[in-house]
Design a protein around this ligand. Structure first.
Ligand code: CP
Ligand code: NVA
Length: 314
């Protein structure tokens, strides 16, 4: 069987993403017809982190344990990667020990290099370009809250970063309309935009890149934001805050133009009172804790689909 990586959502068909969401539902409801603890039994998975993480690191470690597998947590700097061993050599060696690597890196090209030399699946736990595992949880959260995805109106306000790139791909695959409001110079990547355009032709999604958050959020079912200063952008913090604030902050004023039942979503961690006010993230429209919980259930679905390809659940 040829190995398959999960570096971006673009490499999964809409039907496969749907299958992931359906599997997530079964994990979350506890309605699998097989013992969850047998799914990864005998399998070991490396969790390799070059940057900070709370949700991704903990949800994957717990998911692997609950599926009966063995997680091996490895800090980039503590491994020989930190002393200059190449990614290619590391990938070749890890392929001899474990069944998959879940990796968070600065450069997306490092993940591509790892995937090229590994014989085992590489799962993107966030790179400078993409955060596909997050978007599976976000799509699941929307599906769970609204009962369907097709035709939903999502507004993303802020930096056209890794999360925004993956949201573009995920929404455009699943028939979700997405309006991104971002300042000039902070647009999503041209690759993600190209993928989104291609996907939307098939799914019927409407994708818009705008400057005005109020225009993007008009009648929106979901308003989504992320930090203005991603990991790796710290040196630009002051400049970025001066570009994004106050215009791109998600606050009560902005929520007023959205649908009455609008949901507020954020991948977290939040930088409170920068990209979102306390009033909104702690308010009645916010679903950020359910969204964070869904990282665990979706991590299980992703692992089950990637590592147990004969996974059937009659
Ligand atoms: N949303 C997310 O990926 O969170 P962590 O950085 O805590 O993993
Ligand atoms: N855009 C953020 C997401 C963190 C989960 C970052 O890359 O730091």
């Amino acid at each position: 069987m040829e190995k398959r990586d999960f570096l971006t959502l673009q490499s999964f068909k809409a039907d496969e993403i749907r299958e992931m969401l359906e599997l997530t539902r079964r994990f979350k409801e506890g309605s699998l017809s097989i013992n969850e603890g047998s799914i990864l039994s005998g399998k070991s998975i490396v969790l390799l982190f070059q940057k900070h993480s709370t949700r991704t690191r903990v949800s994957f470690e717990v998911a692997i344990n609950q599926l009966g597998g063995h997680p091996v947590c490895l800090g980039w700097r503590e491994s020989q990667l930190g002393r200059g061993e190449t990614i290619a050599d590391t990938a070749r060696v890890l392929s001899r020990y474990v069944d998959a690597v879940v990796a968070r890196v600065y450069k997306h090209s490092d993940l591509e290099e790892m995937a090229k030399y590994a014989d085992i699946p590489i799962i993107n736990a966030l790179s400078d370009m993409y955060h596909p595992c997050q978007i599976v949880a976000d799509l699941y959260t929307m599906w769970e809250k609204f009962g369907s995805l097709k035709g939903l109106k999502v507004a993303y306000v802020g930096d056209g970063n890794n999360v925004c790139n993956s949201l573009l791909i995920g929404c455009s695959k699943m028939g979700v309309n997405l309006s991104v409001a971002c300042p000039s110079g902070y647009e999503p990547s041209s690759e993600a935009l190209r993928f989104a355009e291609r996907n939307s032709k098939e799914s019927g999604s409407e994708i818009r890149i705008l400057r005005d958050p109020f225009e993007a959020c008009k009648d929106a079912d979901v308003i989504y934001t992320d930090t203005f200063v991603s990991m790796g952008d710290e040196a630009e913090r002051e400049e970025r805050l001066s570009v994004f604030l106050p215009k791109y902050q998600v606050n009560a004023e902005l929520l007023k133009v959205a649908s009455d039942n609008v949901l507020f979503m954020h991948c977290l961690p939040a930088h409170r009172n920068e990209e979102v006010t306390d009033e909104v993230i702690d308010g009645p429209h916010s679903v950020v804790w359910d969204e964070a919980e869904n990282r665990l259930h979706t991590a299980k679905a992703i692992l089950a689909m990637m590592l147990k390809r004969d996974f059937h659940n009659p």
